[in-house]
Design a protein around this ligand. Structure first.
Ligand SMILES: NC(=O)c1ccc[n+]([C@@H]2O[C@H](COP(=O)([O-])OP(=O)(O)OC[C@H]3O[C@@H](n4cnc5c(N)ncnc54)[C@H](OP(=O)(O)O)[C@@H]3O)[C@@H](O)[C@H]2O)c1
Length: 264
């Protein structure tokens, strides 16, 4: 069996949101699979700490402090990667997220900001890396989306709408860039990270989320990282334009905290 097709020897992977949660787990798993990982996030301290941990284990790691909402910083991330690593084979757009807010309280600016963070950042980076991937024979892009991109739940108009756009952008780019570059996404279910922690601290929330999840537990960052490895690696070489559900089998929303609409 070709289990080596789950490995990434000699490949260079750019990962945004890599200093915490899902992004950090992806950096750890991809490093373990043999890739050089290029880590991007805003806070330099946390980012260099993750890079140092990986370097301490003998992994090839580059850390580039980057705010994905600033296009010039995205261009600098790609430039630095090419100078220091020489090529780009994989891009994982992890940085994203928008807190739950009633639709009536979402301003135009906040909606645009959600679009910039969840869609435009991934588009800008994808467009920037595609020619470099093509130059080395092809590549793989993985976008981290959410189950709330297709499930209906109050309070998620900005997050759900923009992540739904990310899903469709995934399909459209996959169509346009096949066969050289594959583009897929992961619709992640509730995953135990810092972003979710503040909600898990509310009494009863975690138990309710778990009770609505057939697999009987929350997701762990490593669950997403292993799915991302499959989509990035040659193992999935005939898979493109897909949004893979990694959500413990939850058939509907697991969100237990009501967000009043303001129309009551
Ligand atoms: N956790 C869940 O339940 C869940 C479920 C579905 C989907 N997701 C998706 O998974 C992704 C990661 O979430 P997470 O739960 O792993 O969050 P997390 O643990 O809070 O990590 C977020 C990461 O993104 C970085 N980041 C934040 N703003 C950034 C910016 N403007 N530019 C660059 N990096 C930025 C953070 O570092 P800095 O703050 O230092 O920049 C950090 O490294 C998001 O796209 C989210 O929508 C999460």
């Amino acid at each position: 069996m070709e289990t080596s097709r789950f490995l990434l020897p000699g490949q260079v992977a750019v990962i945004t949101g890599a200093s915490s949660g899902i992004g950090r787990a992806i950096a750890q798993v991809f490093s373990g699979a043999g890739a050089t990982v290029v880590l991007a996030a805003r806070g330099a301290h946390r980012l260099f700490k993750v890079a140092d941990e990986l370097k301490g284990m003998g992994m090839n790691t580059i850390a580039v402090p980057t705010d994905v909402t600033v296009p010039s910083q995205l261009d600098a991330l790609i430039r630095t990667t090419l100078v220091e690593a020489g090529r780009i084979d994989i891009l994982v757009n992890v940085a994203g997220g928008t807190p739950p807010t009633a639709a009536l309280a979402v301003s135009d600016d906040e909606m645009m900001e959600a679009f910039r963070f969840n869609v435009l950042s991934a588009f800008h980076l994808s467009r920037a890396v595609a020619p470099h991937m093509a130059r080395v024979g092809g590549g793989s892009i993985v976008n981290i989306s959410t189950a709330l991109s297709h499930r209906v739940e109050s309070g998620f108009v900005a997050y759900g709408t923009t992540k739904a756009a990310l899903n469709h952008m995934t399909r459209l780019l996959a169509r346009e860039w096949a066969p050289k570059i594959r583009v897929n996404a992961i619709a992640a279910g509730a995953t135990r990270t810092e972003a979710l922690e503040m909600f898990l601290n509310v009494e009863g929330v975690e138990q309710e989320m778990v009770s609505r999840t057939p697999m009987g537990r929350l997701g762990e960052p490593e669950d997403m990282a292993l799915a991302a490895l499959y989509l990035a690696a040659p193992a999935s070489s005939w898979v493109t334009g897909q949004v893979l559900e990694v959500d413990g089998g939850a058939p509907g929303s697991v969100w237990p905290l009501p967000i009043p609409s303001g129309l009551e």
